[in-house]
Design a protein around this ligand. Structure first.
Ligand code: AKG
Ligand code: FE2
Length: 321
């Protein structure tokens, strides 16, 4: 019962978590390996502290009809319905423009409420005093969304729309089990903290990168590279076998605006150019297979998912849109 459970756990997890002295997030050297023990040791306490803190926007934490109505655009909901019920991906494809070869952008996926609520939730979480682990060794000021209670709602979002869209745009990479898991985090650039991110590939098969805001920064372009281990090589037989439009991972600079989302291959090398002024915050979802496995070998055309398979894989897809 409630009393025996309470007696097993130390009370006031939130207060206890605030007392913890976490490994410094500003240490750069070997950053990604540092302090792993700390986070494992206190995992339970931190999870309870987040529960005690509670949300500012509760709707963000549960995927379902309310989430979809508040946070997904009408255009995305209609496109998903057309694809799922009518087997027609035309409206889903029409959401995107290929702004750099292999980089598909859309301003039509999420609502303004999603951007606002997420930004406010980040402030709430970052002001809580609960220690937080950095998303990766390169960006020191983001939040791992999966660690602050948002993992299940983001997984719901992934299953219902992000994974089907990723499979539609990159059918040679997203098969049945290639995007069963995700890693979701934010990055934040400002002139007092991190201003840029070195050239890298993501530990993902496909990445969704959504700009949250705040409006008014300058600089901070996302640069994509044609070469440098994209996994696709012009002239190889594999490359030639890929369908047009999905074959390339080209070079170019992308200018974000709040609400602009891009999908790109994780192996498509990219770099965040220096922010000159203001603040840019993006939410990023890496898609990957179970246990973090990242598929890089492309599927031949006959092995790729059908439209039906893309949009009907899981029970989450059955949610009313
Ligand atoms: O600056 C960005 O929007 C991209 C960040 C990024 O590529 C990453 O965190 O993997
Ligand atoms: Fe990245």
């Amino acid at each position: 019962g409630a009393s025996s459970r309470a007696s097993k756990n130390p009370p006031f997890a939130l207060e206890a978590a605030r007392e913890l002295v976490a490994p410094k997030p500003t240490l750069r050297e070997k950053a990604e390996f540092e302090g792993g023990g700390f986070w494992e040791e206190h995992d339970d306490l931190l999870t309870r502290a987040w529960q005690e803190l509670g949300p500012r926007h509760g709707d963000l934490y549960k995927y379902g009809h309310t989430f979809e109505k508040r946070y997904l655009s009408k255009a995305l909901r209609r496109a998903a319905r057309d694809a799922r019920e009518g087997g027609n991906e035309t409206s889903a494809r029409d959401l995107f423009k290929e702004v750099v070869p292999g980089v598909f952008a859309s301003e039509e996926l999420f609502t303004q409420e999603f951007l606002n609520d997420l930004l406010e939730e980040l402030e709430h979480v970052q002001g809580s005093g609960i220690p937080m682990r950095r998303p990766n060794g390169m960006n020191r000021y983001g939040v791992i969304l999966d660690h602050v209670g948002l993992e299940s709602s983001i997984q719901g979002l992934v299953e219902a729309s992000v994974r089907p869209l990723a499979s539609m745009l990159f059918p040679e990479l997203v098969g049945v089990e290639d995007a069963d898991e995700h890693f979701a985090f934010t990055v934040q650039y400002d002139t007092a903290g991190d201003t840029e991110l070195a050239k890298h590939g993501d530990a993902s098969v496909v990445t969704l990168n959504l700009c949250l805001g705040r409006p008014g920064w300058t600089g901070g372009y996302l640069r994509f590279f044609e070469r440098g281990g994209s996994g696709f090589h012009v002239g190889s037989s594999v490359f030639k076998a890929l369908p047009r439009g999905n074959a390339s991972a080209g070079s170019g600079d992308l200018s974000f605006r709040p609400g602009l989302a891009v999908l790109h291959r994780g192996q498509h090398k990219h770099q965040a150019l220096p922010l000159v002024d203001g603040v840019r915050t993006n939410a990023i979802v890496w898609l990957m297979g179970k246990h973090g496995v990242v598929r890089v070998a492309p599927y031949a055309e006959h092995e790729q998912l059908s439209v039906y398979e893309r949009w009907h894989r899981t029970s989450a897809n059955a949610l009313e849109l």
